[in-house]
Design a protein around this ligand. Sequence first.
Ligand SMILES: NC(=O)C1=CN([C@@H]2O[C@H](COP(=O)(O)OP(=O)(O)OC[C@H]3O[C@@H](n4cnc5c(N)ncnc54)[C@H](OP(=O)(O)O)[C@@H]3O)[C@@H](O)[C@H]2O)C=CC1
Ligand SMILES: CC(=O)[C@@H](O)[C@H](O)COP(=O)(O)O
Ligand SMILES: [Mn+2]
Length: 387
Amino acid sequence: MKQRIAVLGSTGSIGKNTLAVVREHPEQFEVIGLAAGSNVQEMVRQIREFSPRIVSMASPEAAEQVQREAGPGVRVVCGEEGVSEVATHPEASIVVSAIVGSRGLRPTLAAIRAGKTIALANKETLVMAGSIVMREAEKAGISILPVDSEHSAIFQCLNGERTAEVRRLILTASGGAFRDLPREALGSVTREQALTHPNWSMGAKVTIDSATMMNKGLEVIEARWLFNMPYDRIDVVIHPESIIHSMVEFRDGAVMAQLGTPDMRVPIQYALSYPERLPLTARPLDLIALGALHFRPADFNRYPCLKMAYEAGRAGGTMPAVLNAANEVAVERFLAGEIPFLAIEEVIERVLSMHGCISDPTLEAIEEADRWAREQAKACPVNPSAV
Ligand SMILES: NC(=O)C1=CN([C@@H]2O[C@H](COP(=O)(O)OP(=O)(O)OC[C@H]3O[C@@H](n4cnc5c(N)ncnc54)[C@H](OP(=O)(O)O)[C@@H]3O)[C@@H](O)[C@H]2O)C=CC1
Ligand SMILES: CC(=O)[C@@H](O)[C@H](O)COP(=O)(O)O
Ligand SMILES: [Mn+2]
């Protein structure tokens, strides 16, 4: 039987890669629903190619335009409720959660509660509310299959092994756009430079997160929840080539690694077809051409965002949601040209320092902390020449 898919964030980088996987295996996959923000033209194109039953756009205006251009054959809804309607559509069996940022949390939870398998790209969901999300997933008896390349790699390395036998998880980090620059050079880097990832083509927000190393910090928290692993058994190593996507060290010293050319279709397809593997027209890994793989430490002094993420993760409660919200706003402010690159970490640090952490929060308390952190981060003054 075909895997029936709903894609949340279908017009983005992960969304398009997901549809590329579907295109390659029309006999295996069928698109039931699509949700996106404001990219009307891309959505209309996707409707024509994949004939979903239901589509959601962020605003009523965008939804009306899509309905007008796509015709009456598809039901077009909008807003937060619209995304959740796509995520819980009775005909969908798996939901690809790939909206960027905290907006991904509610529809992912709705899909979990509706009993859907989750192919999770939206790491913010677990950063904000890992405890609640994993509890709900257990209650609903559904699987959360990682799409994030590092977590997919770890999932593949674990391959049924017991967590008790794992000594540590080793997440690899490319080092991002500025991996070869000293910290002193970061004061004057531009938006365009920060948006140039050395190995991956991704959306703007995650690309900036890679440059600050916050992406790896968010991924550490994501790994803590996905694999039920304490923070002192999750390490990060810089691996500039992004060929080893992550590793697992077992208690006997054996290390399993998953390798491949950087291509997000691989982890996406693995999640969609799990536990089967399907063929894929991905560029094969040529180890001889590569010649060597390199590793270096992820220094907390060079990458304060990584340090803050470990600290927020260890503090728990509402702290990771505050870290995430402050980061989202700081990245938006940087992308808008309002603050310099190094002010991203400054904003996050200030907002974290002002937060009175609530332990074991409800979903509503997490969302309130998210709102509070956004307000603080928007209003936070920055030192324009901070290094
Ligand atoms: N890109 C990658 O390779 C990887 C990404 N991830 C994670 O996956 C997630 C998506 O990343 P990526 O694909 O790069 O991001 P993009 O910015 O490329 O895409 C974001 C998607 O979210 C949609 N969106 C934005 N706002 C709304 C809204 N209000 N309602 C519904 N949809 C909305 C966008 O729609 P529109 O464009 O129409 O406005 C778009 O489809 C992030 O959490 C990221 O960290 C994880 C690993 C790798
Ligand atoms: C492709 C993917 O999973 C991204 O999250 C990627 O990990 C970004 O690379 P770095 O954060 O290692 O630069
Ligand atoms: Mn990743």
